[in-house]
Design a protein around this ligand. Structure first.
Ligand code: ATP
Ligand SMILES: Nc1nc2c(ncn2[C@@H]2O[C@H](COP(=O)(O)O)[C@@H](O)[C@H]2O)c(=O)[nH]1
Length: 218
């Protein structure tokens, strides 16, 4: 047996990947936080949803969403292509299965910007790999200001999203973590802390690193 006090280059933990979900009422900032996370962290990959909603200015097909027709969405549902899907704000949104299952086994983490309905469906399918974070705005007044400042939706759409906010916030207690997005950098730090800690959760580790295995006699 080697000297277990030696530090070896093989001291990396091996673990399953995780499904890291951010949900919030529309406009609270989960897209902003997601983009920051993807910039900081090359080890997490965005799950790009399919939607029947038309693109907003600046949104690219295949990058922000897969923008699909109603017929295409119907076909994907029939062919069981979705991990989860839901009606949100008059359109349909869904998570394509893609290679998520294989990726998880290989330690790949995935980031989801989805609503509470999708979160419930993913938790039912794969509770052990799912980590859920609910992002609250500092107030409803600030939520409306952000939707207006984003300037990508009509006044009617903003009103309907504000009406839905109360119903969405009522699901916050179903989430593992809750953060308030007042100062975006502070909120981002909290989100990163959750992700970093969840990656180290013992139950996610799939094998002992060599010197620990040796110490355990295996
Ligand atoms: N902490 C913050 N302070 C001020 N403005 C913010 C903050 N976080 C996000 N914003 C701004 O608020 C607007 C809404 O943010 P964002 O698009 O990220 O929300 P969202 O939760 O993803 O909304 P949706 O569910 O509609 O996609 C954007 O213009 C964004 O720049
Ligand atoms: N259940 C799912 N919800 C999703 C998915 N992709 C996005 N969303 C949620 O829809 C609303 C509206 O998004 P927007 O881009 O039109 O503002 C927001 O709450 C998203 O989180 C999905 O694949 N499944």
């Amino acid at each position: 047996m080697g000297d277990p006090t030696e530090t070896t280059p093989s001291d990396k933990l091996h673990r399953r990947g995780l499904l890291f979900i951010l949900s919030s009422p529309s406009g609270a900032g989960k897209t902003t936080l997601s983009r920051k996370l993807l910039e900081r962290d090359p080890e997490i990959r965005l799950s790009v949803s399919a939607t029947t909603r038309p693109p907003r200015p600046g949104e690219e097909d295949g990058v922000h969403y897969h923008f699909v027709s109603d017929d295409d969405f119907d076909r994907m549902v029939e062919e069981d292509d979705f991990y989860e899907w839901a009606h949100v704000f008059g359109y349909r949104y869904g998570t394509p299965k893609g290679h998520i299952r294989e990726g998880l086994k290989n330690g790949q983490d995935y980031l989801f910007d989805i609503d509470w309905q999708g979160t419930q469906q993913l938790k039912q399918k794969d509770d052990q790999d799912v980590v859920t974070v609910f992002v609250l705005p500092p107030s409803l007044g600030e939520l409306r200001r952000r939707l207006e400042a984003r300037a990508q939706d009509s006044a009617e759409v903003i009103d309907s999203r504000m009406e839905r906010a109360r119903a969405e916030i009522s699901h916050w207690a179903e989430y593992d973590y809750v953060v308030i997005n007042d100062d975006v950098d502070e909120c981002f730090d909290r989100v990163c802390e959750v992700l970093d800690a969840e990656r180290m959760r013992r139950t996610r580790q799939t094998g002992l690193i060599p010197f620990v295995r040796e110490l355990m006699g295996g």
